[in-house]
Design a protein around this ligand. Structure first.
Ligand SMILES: [Zn+2]
Length: 66
């Protein structure tokens, strides 16, 4: 397979803390759980992806309404 995958939704290829490259499997885990602990430095990598920030506002309004 020589096809290079495009950047998938901002998933880092390496640990932002120590720079250790993440394995494809680790990247899958990160994409699934949106969080992954680096095996080298134990830094918790968290995907700060907010696809719909407005949704939180509506949830807040709902809570306030109740
Ligand atoms: Zn690390």
């Amino acid at each position: 397979m020589t096809k290079k995958l495009p950047e998938k939704s901002g998933i880092p290829e390496a640990c932002p803390h120590c720079g250790t490259k993440l394995s494809p499997w680790q990247q899958v885990l990160l994409a699934t759980d949106r969080a992954l602990v680096c095996r080298e430095c134990w830094y918790r990598i968290i995907l700060d992806v907010n696809p719909e920030p407005q949704k939180k506002d509506s949830e807040k309004l709902q809570n306030k309404g109740n």
